[in-house]
Ligand binder design. Structure first.
Ligand SMILES: [Zn+2]
Length: 182
């Protein structure tokens, strides 16, 4: 088990587009294991590498007891949307909001051994594939909401007990610096 701390909204890593995986090596397999362990421990339905501070295009999912991962995903989405489905995110603990998503998605990518994989999903799986691929582009579910819903979400986020916890901590020394730079 290698459970990692999950980065919360406000952490700049969640807004940074991730790099494609080029080396399908032991390090990558460890990353997939860490993501899986962390997702299962949370527990969550999906987790993307930037959420544990790793800027690579990798995510894991656990939908209807189907556990898997995908690397360097490329999405093809249906035109019809599910406007009302509730969505949450491990980087926004305890909060869910209606978030519009395509009802069906086909994700093409690779497994951790570099073999091509295609995942077809509808409803919850489709939602998960879109949510996690967004993470790899620095996009968060609040970005997918309409203006009115986003305002409601931002209010709830500001009021959440974890809000601001990932902001940089400024430590003020109790000691005088006697003119020296610190
Ligand atoms: Zn998320």
């Amino acid at each position: 088990m290698a459970i990692q701390p999950i980065r919360l909204f406000g952490d700049p890593v969640l807004r940074t587009p991730a790099d494609p995986v080029t080396d399908f090596d032991k390090e990558l397999r460890k990353l997939v294991k860490d993501l899986t362990d962390t997702m299962m421990d949370a527990p969550g339905a999906g987790l993307a590498a930037p959420q544990i501070g790793v800027g690579l295009r990798v995510f894991t999912y656990n939908i209807d007891d189907e556990l898997g991962h995908l690397i360097n995903p490329d999405l093809d989405l249906s035109a019809d949307l599910d406007e009302e489905g509730e969505e949450g995110c491990l980087s926004f603990p305890g909060l869910t909001f209606p978030t519009p998503r395509a009802i069906r998605a086909v994700a093409k990518g690779f497994n951790m051994y570099g073999e091509p994989v295609t995942i077809e999903g509808s409803e919850l799986m489709a939602r998960c594939l879109q949510h996690e691929t967004d993470h790899l582009n620095g996009v968060l579910f609040i970005d997918r909401m309409d203006v009115k819903q986003r305002k409601l979400a931002m209010k709830a986020i500001r009021e959440a007990e974890w809000s601001g916890m990932s902001a940089p901590v400024v430590k003020v020394s109790p000691h005088a610096t006697q003119g020296r730079a610190i």
